[in-house]
Design a protein around this ligand. Structure first.
Ligand code: NAD
Ligand code: MG
Length: 298
């Protein structure tokens, strides 16, 4: 049995220091094809009723960080609406089964959130199936590296912003009519907001925008009792990285240069989202919680 998240362990060895072989998947990639498989807390996350009765919409919930968050939220007592791309159906069904194993509802919403109408349809469908909405995790993301600015097409730049920034805006705006006081919104930004890679100009720019969007909406929505925060992961082993998120030669040593010395696992991100979603963080607003293996941030 794997250690749960409350066990006293050495973080340097809690998860193996992996050096994955070169591997490529077409976007968006599948968790089930990752070598080695990532750890989403399937065998370790232990719930304690911290999100009892909550209704959560999570984008990119089929895999990686969003998948780990979905498992954790369900074990904490929440029902979940999962958003993901249609090609990720098999990953999404795996996560849905884990949610149902936890005794919670899982509602599946395959679709492309890079257009406004799809986002509005998603939010309406999620609120209807869940019988309301009080938790929103904007986590879906697009990351495709490009070494030369001249080669970064207008279409690619646009699509990265549509997926990472516009969708968050469209979904958050549509969600507001459903969110009662006490609701929480959590956006996934990145260490890339502070320490941009030269090959991730568009992606890193969206992550800085997500940080500012988080702080501005947090300030605006606080008086309505809706709290907005962000999580900024560092290097985490997910399909995003092997579907052109990184050059192939960087995959083997991904995350090795963090102070902790290893890549992070999605399982290690989920508790940060649980904290920000639950009422225990009631005085935490507009915050970005870094979970990055020790990389210094402003
Ligand atoms: P992931 O590939 O498992 O998750 C990304 C998800 O985004 C996909 O599963 C997909 O469902 C969704 N998505 C992408 N384009 C979409 C579209 N047009 N419509 C609907 N859904 C779409 O990878 P991940 O690393 O878990 O990524 C989750 C979030 O974490 C992203 O916002 C990413 O930027 C962020 N992040 C990841 C890392 C890392 O090292 N893995 C580091 C910092 C931040
Ligand atoms: Mg996926």
């Amino acid at each position: 049995m794997a250690h749960d998240q409350y066990t006293f362990v050495d973080p340097t060895t809690r998860f193996e220091k992996v050096s994955p072989p070169k591997q490529h998947q077409p976007e968006p990639g599948l968790d089930s094809e990752l070598n080695p498989l990532a750890d989403l807390g399937e065998d370790s996350y232990r719930g304690s009723g911290r999100l009892s009765g909550r209704r959560a919409l999570i984008t990119g919930a089929d895999s990686g960080i969003g998948g780990a968050v979905a498992i954790a939220f369900a074990r904490e007592g929440a029902d979940i609406a999962l958003s993901y791309l249609p090609s990720e159906q098999s990953d999404a069904e795996r996560i849905a089964a884990l949610i149902r194993d936890a005794g919670q509802q899982a509602h599946l919403f395959p679709g492309d959130i890079s257009n406004a109408e799809a986002c509005r349809t998603l939010v309406a469908g999620a609120a209807e199936k869940l019988g309301g909405l009080d938790t929103l995790v904007n986590n879906a993301g697009k990351q495709v590296f490009c070494t030369k600015l001249e080669d970064l097409t207008d279409e690619a730049f646009d699509q990265t912003f549509k997926t990472n920034v516009y969708a968050m805006f469209w979904i958050t705006k549509a969600a507001l009519e459903h969110l009662p006081a006490g609701s929480t919104i959590i956006n996934t930004t990145s260490v890339q907001a502070y320490k941009p890679s030269p090959v991730l100009v568009d992606y890193a720019s969206t992550k800085a925008a997500i940080n500012s969007f988080t702080k501005a909406t947090a300030a605006q929505l606080a008086e309505r009792g809706i709290r907005v925060n962000a999580v900024a992961p560092g290097p985490v082993w997910t399909p995003l990285q092997v579907s052109d998120g990184q050059p192939q030669e960087k995959i083997a040593s991904f995350g090795h240069d963090t102070p902790l010395g290893r890549v992070g696992q999605p399982a290690e991100m989920a508790p940060a989202y649980v904290f920000l979603a639950s009422a225990e963080s009631s005085y935490v607003i507009g915050e970005t919680l870094n979970a990055n293996g020790g990389i210094p941030t402003p």
